[in-house]
Design a protein around this ligand. Structure first.
Ligand code: COA
Length: 377
C-alpha cells in the first residue's frame, strides 16, 4: 500500500504506477530483464548480450551479437577534436559525475544526428552513447593522473576496453569477467530515479542526449547511484572490523542513513546484492584485504537486526571496485557506464508510447495575498 502524505500525495511517488514497461521488472526479491532473471543473465551472458536484450526484447543470435559488437567498436573511440575539448574541461576538484554530465552534453554538439528523431538515428545515437560512456570515465581518470588517452582495441568487449582505457595495459581476464558481471547487474532497474528522470525529459520529446544528461544528474545523488562511493567512505571511516558494530549502532542512534542499505521496492533483499556479496568475498581475499568484506558483513547484520533493512546493489559493489583498485569517486560513473543501456531502453520505450509527464502538486502555500508597494513591506 502506498504511503500517503497530507492525505493526498504519495510522497516520493511511492507505489505509484507511472507507466507501463516491458524492460525490467522487480517482484519481491527478484529482478528480471525482459523476462530473464538477473541470476541467469549474470551467470551466463555478457554485457553486450544484455544490451541487445534490453533494446530488442530478445536475446541476440550469433550474427546479431556480432553486428552489435561491430557497431560498438565503430563508435567506442573519440575524435582528436573531442579529446582536445574534453581535455580542456576542468578535472581537478570536480566531481566525476559533474564532469561526465558535462562531457555527455558536449558529445551532443559533435553529433549531427542529435536532433533527428527518426528511429534509425535514435538507434545510432544510442550506440554512440553506450559505446563511449566507459571511455569518457576512463579518459577522465587518465587526465586527472596527467596521462595520455588510451585508444580502445577493436574486437574487445565494453568491459575489457573500459579497464584497458583506464589502466593502459591489457586487463586480467578475471577482472574483465568481474567488470562485465558488474555491468550486467547495473544495466537496468525498472522505474528507478534516473530512469524516471530520463523518461520525464523524453516525454517532452526532447532529444536522447538531453534525456541521458537528466539521468546522469539523477544518478549522481547519494540516495541513488552516489551511494556506492559513500559505502567505501563509510568503511574507511570505520577503519576495522572491531569498530564496525558500535560505529553503525551510534550512526543509527543519531538517525544517520547507512549508505548502500535499504530500498524503496525490495523489502526482502536485493538479488544483485547477493551476487555482489559473493564477488566481494572472493575479491577482497584475493587482494589481501578481507577486512573490507568482513566489516561489510558486520554492518549488514547490525542494520538488519536494528532496522530490518538489507543491502542494496551499492553495498557490495563498493568493495568489489575497491579490490580492483578503482578510485572511489569513479564508482558512480561506472554505474552510469552500465545503466546508460537501461536509460536508452527507457527513453526509446517512452518515445514509442509517449504522453508528456505532467503531474500536479497539492497546494500547501498561502492564498489571497495582495501586492503592496515596496515602501509598505
Ligand atoms: N540507513 C538507516 N535507516 C534507513 C536507511 C538506511 N540506509 N534506509 C532507510 N532507513 C530508514 C529511514 O530512516 C526510515 O526510518 P523511520 O521510519 O524510522 O524514519 C525508514 O527506513 C524508511 O526510509 P525511507 O528513507 O523513507 O525509505 P525510502 O523508500 O524513501 O528510501 C532509499 C529508499 C534507498 C533512498 C533509502 O533506503 C536510503 O536512503 N538508503 C541509503 C542510500 C542508498 O543506499 N541508496 C541506493 C539505493 S539503490
Amino acid at each position: 500500500m502506498a504511503q500517503t502524505y497530507d492525505g493526498a500525495v504519495n510522497k516520493g511517488l511511492e507505489g505509484v504506477i507511472a507507466c507501463t514497461t516491458e524492460i525490467s521488472y522487480i517482484i519481491d526479491a527478484n529482478l528480471t530483464y525482459r523476462g530473464y532473471t538477473i541470476e541467469d543473465l549474470a551467470e551466463n551472458s555478457s554485457f553486450e548480450e544484455v544490451l541487445y536484450l534490453l533494446w530488442n526484447n530478445k536475446l541476440p543470435n550469433e550474427s546479431e551479437l556480432n553486428e552489435l559488437k561491430k557497431d560498438i567498436a565503430d563508435n567506442i573511440g573519440f575524435t582528436d577534436d573531442q579529446l582536445k575539448n574534453l581535455k580542456a574541461l576542468p578535472n581537478k576538484n570536480v566531481h566525476p559525475m559533474a564532469w561526465l554530465r558535462t562531457a555527455v552534453s558536449m558529445l551532443a554538439l559533435w553529433d549531427d544526428e542529435s536532433q533527428d528523431d527518426s528511429p534509425e538515428a535514435i538507434n545510432r545515437v544510442s550506440l554512440r552513447l553506450v559505446a563511449k560512456m566507459g571511455g569518457l570515465v576512463a579518459y577522465l581518470e587518465r587526465l586527472r593522473q596527467g596521462k595520455e588517452y588510451v585508444a580502445p582495441k577493436p574486437g574487445q568487449s565494453v568491459a575489457w576496453n573500459f579497464l584497458y582505457m583506464l589502466n593502459g595495459g591489457e586487463p586480467d581476464a578475471d577482472m574483465v569477467k568481474v567488470m562485465d558481471t558488474c555491468l550486467i547487474l547495473h544495466a537496468d532497474h525498472e522505474l528507478n530515479c534516473s530512469a524516471f528522470a530520463s523518461r520525464v525529459t523524453a516525454s517532452s520529446l526532447s532529444d536522447v542526449y538531453s534525456a541521458v544528461v537528466s539521468a546522469i544528474s539523477a544518478l549522481k545523488g547519494p540516495l541513488h547511484g552516489g551511494a556506492n562511493e559513500q559505502v567505501m567512505r563509510t568503511l574507511k571511516k570505520i577503519g576495522n572490523v572491531d569498530n564496525a558494530k558500535t560505529w553503525i549502532e551510534n550512526a543509527l542512534a543519531n538517525k544517520e542513513k547507512i549508505m548502500g542499505i535499504g530500498h524503496r521496492v525490495y523489502k526482502n533483499g536485493d538479488p544483485r546484492a547477493k551476487i555482489l556479496r559473493g564477488m566481494s568475498e572472493l575479491l577482497t581475499k584475493k587482494s589481501g584485504e578481507p577486512q573490507w568484506y568482513e566489516m561489510s558483513r558486520v554492518i549488514e547484520d547490525t542494520v538488519k537486526d536494528a532496522k530490518g533493512l538489507l543491502p542494496n546493489v551499492d553495498f557490495y559493489s563498493a568493495t568489489v571496485y575497491y579490490s580492483m583498485g578503482i578510485p572511489l569517486d569513479l564508482y558512480t560513473p561506472i554505474f552510469a557506464t552500465s545503466r546508460v543501456a537501461g536509460w536508452l531502453a527507457h527513453i526509446r520505450e517512452q518515445y514509442s508510447k509517449n504522453r508528456i509527464y505532467r503531474p500536479r502538486g497539492e497546494w500547501t502555500g498561502k492564498s489571497g495575498l495582495k501586492w503592496s508597494p515596496m515602501t509598505n513591506r
